[in-house]
Design a protein around this ligand. Structure first.
Ligand code: NOJ
Length: 734
């Protein structure tokens, strides 16, 4: 529809109709194709609001959506279609590995392809917008939602942000098989104090701008249609009421022209934060700040009319927000085609199709990170291997946010290994959680009815299996319900029963390879001590078991690198590689010096740092060669290394470029990732990798909060992880 017509439509709409266009309700209100007033009216939503709502979340299924859209448009005074939105995070029916795992691939193609598959499946099922990507930078492994992010690094997240938006939206979200992307959670939701979900966030403006905002901005620049506000306060201001954040930064500085949606009930929570005295004031603050859509509260629908009629709010502000909702529908082509790609036949064809499963498996294989291996991996098919642990059979490995995918469609480790035809025996050993445990997940409840006696029998069987085997593959980790939204943990180790299993197995068989399932970095000191190999597989998705079997048996080598540091102990958290220089940096050569920045009881360094990960082969690096020791304004230099596979198997290495600004007008980080390239090399093969360094890559927010590069000395590091000392120096001169 032409913009002129949108404006005419806006002009024709009544005040109430406009207000209702800003309301987003839950799918359950529309169950069965007509308005179900029950649950809605209990929460105070009027039938009229629902009838005239602008969008809806969490309804899926082509037939259902078409029915609801048809009825809605018939009833709506101006026949305006709804927009159907849902959380399609790492897939719709075919679950890819969780986003944190995707970060470990250090390959944006993995994320882009995952988003393409998700868009294809979700759009066939009638969904038009996904609440993804989540681009919250995370540095605190206690926070349950680290699984939804691509990790601790600003640059890696920004590269992935672009790939994800392109994957969902393609060149034009109107096109068949594409959906709109909604960037979330704006802003800095990933930095809650003490890692506790929904807690407040305190960040300096410089850290916010240098580290937290760039990934959101990359997604905005890639054309994401929506941005979601965050639940948290940022420096004491709830995001949905933060005019500076939404109007000055998002719209003004980043140039965002799309639609801003609140997170679920976040407008009402402005009142809980104590920044508004009631819902009416919350509505006023949110609209003033620039929040267009009110997800799941009555704040806008019940109070905007009064606020406008009394002159407390200017109707022009409402018109602006409504126009953005209409524009969103227009960008999705809904005025011409309100059902977009909803199609029962297409659903049958694409959901969980072979091609999507194959892509999910290939993606998963790229995300596994080998942390330890003293040579027991890869396994040989003839060896007798006991696969032990709750995750041998577990199918809840699709990620906590895979709310539309069915775990029954997932391939377990046991099934994957059976498909390979290896000489394997299996024993569960214990459940993921303790006997009698009850734990609510995102959309299910974990409940164990196991008795202590039954648990002991399972353990005994596993010990017996371990005794009979050459090697043990111990499949252990966090239960999916322990990860995701509202799943902050203070003790980030594996559950007690699994620790006991590990200890008992280690008593009878020392050849243990641990396959670790996790939605966050864990403290794995004990695992490191008792196992000879550790393979991190995260929550690997629908094809998890097949991918794991292929990597364990060496059909392909693990090639992931950690997107987030694994702490030595939770006491270090937040721990991340690009920390700031301190005045008393720990000198390991002076352990007797008390007055250094350090812990008395544990090392400063994480157990495994960002960027770390092994292969089944080894790589050598040449020194770093710079094309010049001098970089001029608007000029460029290159940093090159030659990487060689010096082992006897094919493998991948992610070559990483880090830069340290030696002096600045404000304190600079010890190093920052500025480039990476993943290479597959045959045994004996070598390749030169070159990175171009420009002034832009050296910019930060200086003492005057100006985004600029300062002349001076820089150190370049190129290597296989964030601790590499392979380095060279150059100067930036103006
Ligand atoms: C709350 C979550 O914070 C957000 O990420 C999600 O998109 C919405 N609920 C909608 O389900």
């Amino acid at each position: 529809m032409e913009q002129r017509k949108l404006l005419e439509l806006l002009e024709e709409m009544s005040l109430e109709e406009k207000i209702n266009q800003l309301f987003q309700g839950n799918g359950s209100f529309y169950e069965g194709g007509s308005i179900a007033t029950g649950p809605a009216s209990e929460q105070g939503f009027s039938e009229k609001t629902i009838r005239e709502a602008g969008s809806v979340l969490s309804i899926v299924g082509a037939e259902n959506i078409k029915k609801i859209q048809k009825a809605h448009m018939e009833n709506h005074p101006h026949h305006i279609p709804l927009v159907f939105m849902a959380d399609i995070i790492n897939g719709y029916k075919t679950a890819f590995p969780i986003p944190l795992a995707q970060g470990a691939a250090f390959n944006p193609k993995v994320a882009k392809e995952g988003a393409e598959v998700a868009a294809k499946e979700a759009s066939a099922a009638g969904i038009q917008v996904t609440f993804s990507p989540m681009l919250d930078l995370v540095r605190d492994a206690r926070w349950g939602r680290v699984m939804e992010s691509n990790g601790e690094d600003t640059y890696l997240n920004s590269v992935y942000a672009k790939a994800l938006v392109e994957g969902y939206q393609g060149d034009d979200p109107k096109q068949p098989g594409k959906i709109g992307a909604c960037v979330k959670h704006f802003a800095a939701y990933g930095a809650p104090v003490a890692g506790r979900d929904y807690n407040n966030v305190e960040l300096s403006e410089r850290t916010l701008r240098d580290d937290y905002l760039p990934a959101y901005e990359a997604a905005v620049k890639a054309g994401a249609l929506l941005v979601m506000t965050s639940f948290n306060t940022l420096n004491r201001m709830p995001s949905s009421a933060n005019k500076w954040l939404l109007r000055d930064i998002l719209r003004g500085e980043m140039g965002f022209e799309g639609t801003v949606i609140s997170d679920w009930a976040a407008i009402e929570e402005i009142r809980n934060h104590g920044v508004a005295k009631d819902r009416k004031e919350a509505a006023k603050l949110a609209l003033l700040a620039g929040t267009d859509i009110d997800m799941m509260t009555t704040c806008y629908s019940n109070y905007l009319k009064e606020l406008i009629e009394s002159g407390e709010l200017d109707e022009a502000l409402l018109d602006e927000a409504v126009l953005r909702v209409l524009e969103l529908k227009n960008k999705l082509g809904l005025f011409e085609n309100p059902y977009k790609d909803a199609d029962e036949e297409a659903e049958k064809k694409v959901l969980l199709c072979e091609e999507h499963r194959r892509k999910a498996k290939e993606a998963a294989k790229e995300t596994f990170v080998l942390l330890e291996n003293d040579g027991i991996l890869p396994l040989k098919k003839e060896e007798k291997v006991a696969f032990i642990g709750p995750f041998t059979e577990e199918k809840a490995i699709i990620g906590a946010w895979s709310i539309f995918a069915d775990e029954k469609d997932a391939v377990s480790v046991k099934e994957g290994v059976a498909a390979i035809g290896a000489n394997a025996i299996f024993a569960k050993g214990c459940d993921s959680l303790e006997p009698g445990a009850v734990m609510p997940g995102m959309n299910f409840i974990y409940e164990s009815s196991r008795t202590q006696t039954q648990a002991q029998m399972m353990l005994d069987e596993a010990v017996e299996a371990a005794q009979k085997a050459d090697k043990v593959v111990l499949c252990i980790g966090e239960h999916m319900a322990q990860t995701g939204e509202a799943a902050s943990r203070a003790d980030i180790t594996i559950p007690e029963g699994q620790k006991k299993l590990l200890r008992e197995i280690a008593r009878v068989n020392k050849n243990i390879a641990v396959v670790l399932f996790n939605g966050r970095p864990l403290d794995i000191r004990e695992i490191k001590e008792l196992a000879k190999a550790v393979l991190v597989v995260w929550m690997p998705g629908t094809e998890g078991g097949n991918a794991i079997a292929e990597v364990l048996y060496g059909e392909t080598a693990p090639s992931g690198k950690l997107p987030m540091s694994f702490p030595y102990a939770v006491g270090q958290v937040p721990v991340f590689y690009n920390e700031f220089k301190t005045g008393r940096r720990m000198n390991p050569d002076q352990p007797e010096n008390r007055f250094q920045s350090r812990y008395m009881d544990i090392p400063n360094e994480p157990l495994y740092s960002f960027g770390y990960g092994l292969s089944y082969t080894e790589f050598s690096y040449s020194g770093v060669k710079l094309s010049s020791g001098n970089l001029e304004r608007n000029g460029k230099i290159t940093a090159s290394v030659t990487v060689k596979n010096i082992g006897s198997r094919k493998g991948a290495e992610t070559v990483q470029l880090y830069i340290r600004d030696e002096e600045g007008s404000v304190v600079r980080p010890v190093r920052e990732l500025r480039g990476f390239e993943k290479l597959w090399l045959d045994p004996g093969e070598e390749k030169e990798v070159s990175f171009t360094i420009t002034e832009n890559m050296l910019k930060f927010h200086d003492i005057n909060m100006k985004y600029t590069a300062e002349p001076g000395r820089f150190t370049v590091f190129v290597g296989g992880n964030s601790r590499t000392l392979n380095q060279a120096e150059f100067c930036l001169t103006f």
